[in-house]
Ligand binder design. Structure first.
Ligand SMILES: Cc1cc2nc3c(=O)[nH]c(=O)nc-3n(C[C@H](O)[C@H](O)[C@H](O)COP(=O)(O)OP(=O)(O)OC[C@H]3O[C@@H](n4cnc5c(N)ncnc54)[C@H](O)[C@@H]3O)c2cc1C
Length: 414
């Protein structure tokens, strides 16, 4: 079936939801396409055994009063202020503050920035402090020496993901905010099509003309503007006619296994999220949801999510374990070497979610290559890209993309 929209948005993660909401509220006829059965992308809240738990810890980083108001208005209720910064394991103890936020009093050995994470961090906290406090954790998460990781990764982690005093959180989990955005798109007159992947992006003469969709109701949607809130590689592969060769150099993807454990007991800690640099511990971060919102887990229980980062390949000692063995390894690590619990057998596996391509890692000297796909896409008229590395930067990118696509909104309607 052929149909027409002013704006088609690809992907209903936070970026796509925000783009669709902004464009629909501006008066455009909007169709938001989502390949999966539900909205939220990586920002989903799962449920089982009477418990709610997010797809990994998800601090939305809502920093300004305006953004907090915006979220509360959408949710129809107040956000929760979680009065805990992200904590870290240091010298065997859990203490407040992320590794990357630590600073020495004096920086006697600052190094020059050189485009790598090592240079970036060494220029601000000094080489010796970087190596003593930050290196082990970042290398455990990313699996590469800091000398290989692009500086931008360290800058984004440091600046975009700061929550030094605590953070605002949607009651019921990050997925509540995504569901609220979903509802608001509908109320603003937008159409959200779940289970409807974009399968081709049509363009002619340097201008996007519409998209092809699959699912139960396949067809072509002609559009004045397309906003892409999916990975650029996916859109380049879907280009019809085909995109030029060489836009997609191989990029290393980092894998994460999210291991959910539940026990009938008091919380293991007072912390929302703990970073762990210990090399013998499978996980690099662990979230305890009762400390994010007590309403997510019934009294007398606790649910934790351990984030186990790796290559996702056969060389990855944790990833290659089956789910039950991986869950056991996580529970055992909480007993030894961490000493947080006495009886790891009290924990049962709720679920293991494996994301073999959780996020891209780009070597410092290959950033230019990695930008080829987004650069080509940005050269197409009528196509706007909405990408962000965190919930709030994704939302802002979606809104900005909708504003740039403003010409697609019929004049006078907004
Ligand atoms: C373990 C983990 C922990 C994280 N913790 C945090 C945190 O604490 N704070 C934070 O701010 N961020 C965090 N993030 C990052 C955050 O989840 C992402 O930045 C954010 O989800 C990006 O939003 P997005 O809309 O760009 O993409 P996504 O959330 O990836 O959404 C993309 C959507 O596009 C859909 N899609 C894919 N292909 C197609 C297609 N062909 N057609 C239609 N739809 C398609 C997908 O199904 C998906 O719903 C975390 C990520 C992970 C993996």
């Amino acid at each position: 079936m052929d149909s027409r929209s002013d704006v088609v948005v690809l992907g209903a993660g936070p970026a796509g939801l925000a783009a669709a909401l902004r464009a629909a509220r501006g008066g455009a006829r909007v169709t938001l396409l989502e390949a999966g059965p539900q909205v939220g992308g990586l920002c989903r809240t799962l449920q089982s055994h009477g418990c709610r738990y997010d797809l990994g810890g998800h601090i939305p980083f809502l920093r300004t009063a305006e953004r907090v108001d915006w979220a509360e208005h959408l949710l129809g209720q107040e956000l929760i202020w979680v009065d805990r910064p992200v904590a870290r394991l240091q010298d065997g103890r859990v203490v407040p503050g992320r590794y990357i936020d630590q600073h020495p009093d004096h920086v006697p050995d600052a190094v020059a920035p050189d485009g790598t994470a090592a240079g970036e961090l060494g220029s601000t906290v000094g080489a010796s402090f970087r190596d003593r406090v930050i290196r082990q954790y970042m290398e455990k998460v990313d699996g590469w020496p800091l000398e290989v990781i692009a500086a931008d990764r360290a800058v984004k982690l440091r600046d975009e993901q700061r929550a030094p005093d605590g953070f605002w959180f949607p009651p019921g989990g990050i997925g509540s905010l995504m569901e609220a955005m979903h509802r608001a798109v509908g109320e603003a007159g937008g159409t959200v099509r779940l289970g409807t992947p974009m399968t081709a992006l049509h363009h002619r003469g340097g201008r996007v003309t519409g998209v092809e969709v699959g699912g139960d109701d396949p067809g072509t949607i002609h559009a004045d503007a397309v906003i892409s809130a999916v990975t650029p590689g996916l859109v380049v592969r879907a280009a019809d006619p085909a995109a030029p060769e060489g836009l997609l150099p191989p990029i290393t993807m980092r894998a994460v296994a999210l291991v959910y454990l539940m026990a009938e007991r008091a919380p293991v800690s007072d912390e929302a999220w703990i970073q762990v640099n210990h090399p013998e511990v499978p996980f690099s971060r662990i979230a305890e949801f009762i400390n994010w919102d007590p309403g997510m887990v019934p009294a007398g229980r606790t649910v934790l999510c351990a984030e186990v980062y790796g290559t996702g390949g056969d060389d990855d000692p944790w990833w290659s374990l089956d789910d039950a063995a991986l869950a056991r390894a996580v529970a055992d690590a909480m007993a030894h070497p961490l000493g947080w619990v006495d009886a790891p057998s009290a924990f049962r596996m709720l679920k293991v979610v494996r994301m073999p391509r959780a996020y891209p890692l780009v070597e410092a000297w290959r950033v230019g290559e990695a930008m080829r796909a987004p650069t080509w896409l940005a050269s197409l008229d009528g196509l706007e890209l909405a990408r962000g590395g965190t919930v709030v930067t994704a939302i802002e990118a979606g809104e900005a993309a909708a504003d740039r696509a403003g010409g697609a909104v019929p004049a006078g309607v907004a």
